[in-house]
Design a binder for this molecule. Structure first.
Ligand SMILES: [Zn+2]
Length: 279
């Protein structure tokens, strides 16, 4: 090829590259307060289902992606403009969601110091504070009770919060279920044994609850009455514990109920400075 021909080819390639880069630069700038994101159509999803999942309007999805019809196929890449949120707990535990949640099982090994998660459990996202509180108390439990079974951790919230499973709460990254510590223990990661006045491993259970009570961010701990009564009896017998912890049994933090038979449910307060959070 002549020098002239090479130059001409180079120009052609450069022009083609510029054209393709220009084509990929869509969508046009997202409106103020929103950010360009993308998603792939999941198996069986319609355009309306995608819109629902990403909380956008069908018309907007059509416009952003220059779609001439609503037909989409699995794996199709769609661009959209999503509102920019400050990370945190949004709204209430019973009707909120979670932005920028942290995964307790960030490395996917289903365990941490003093705790285990069931293999299929996906709702392991909480506010950064919630995840920190859980890690702190399971680690303290482990150091105080080196021979105790790991704490079985149930649901926290889903990645983006909102309704999960058959919970009314657990929507905004501030609720967590922790399996009761029984003798013999429940299966690793599961809540398959009801705690009773005879099988509750009181000193070990107390060790975990004590750490939660020491945390001023703990708002409520829900548990069945046999567990409330066993822990209260344990505390009342020990003057040093009694003077410090008995007050929590009057319904201020510890809440007896007939619902939490296999696990305790902890709710943390709104993180400080989180303006979107509602206690
Ligand atoms: Zn719960």
């Amino acid at each position: 090829m002549t020098a002239h021909g090479t130059a001409a080819l180079a120009l052609l390639v450069a022009t083609a590259l510029a054209a393709s880069t220009a084509g990929a630069a869509q969508p046009r700038a997202c409106p103020k307060g929103t950010k360009a994101r993308q998603t792939n159509v999941l198996k069986g999803e319609t355009l309306a289902a995608v819109a629902d999942r990403i909380q956008a309007k069908v018309e907007a999805l059509r416009r952003w992606n220059r779609l001439s019809s609503d037909a989409v196929r699995k794996g199709q890449n769609l661009r959209y403009c999503a509102p920019v949120f400050t990370p945190g707990s949004v709204g209430s535990c019973n009707g909120g969601n979670l932005r920028g949640g942290v995964n307790l099982d960030h490395d996917g090994d289903r365990k941490g110091v003093g705790f285990v998660l069931a293999p299929g459990r996906l709702n392991t996202f909480g506010t950064p504070a919630t995840v920190r509180h859980i890690r702190q108390c399971t680690a303290r439990y482990r150091s105080n009770q080196p021979k105790g079974p790991p704490v079985n951790i149930g649901d926290i919230s889903s990645r983006d919060g909102g309704h999960v499973g058959n919970h009314a709460s657990h929507q905004s990254g501030r609720d967590v279920d922790l399996g009761f510590i029984t003798k013999p223990p429940q299966s690793k990661g599961y809540f398959d044994r009801e705690a009773t006045s005879t099988n509750l491993d009181v000193p070990r259970q107390w060790s975990l609850v004590q750490c939660l009570l020491d945390n001023r961010e703990t708002k409520f701990i829900f548990m069945s009455w046999p567990v409330v009564n066993a822990l209260k009896a344990f505390v009342v017998k020990r003057p040093a514990l009694k003077s410090r912890y008995l007050k929590f049994f009057g319904g201020s933090v510890i809440q007896g109920d007939t619902e939490h038979l296999t696990h305790l449910h902890v709710r943390f307060r709104c993180p400080k400075g989180d303006k979107m959070c509602r206690d």
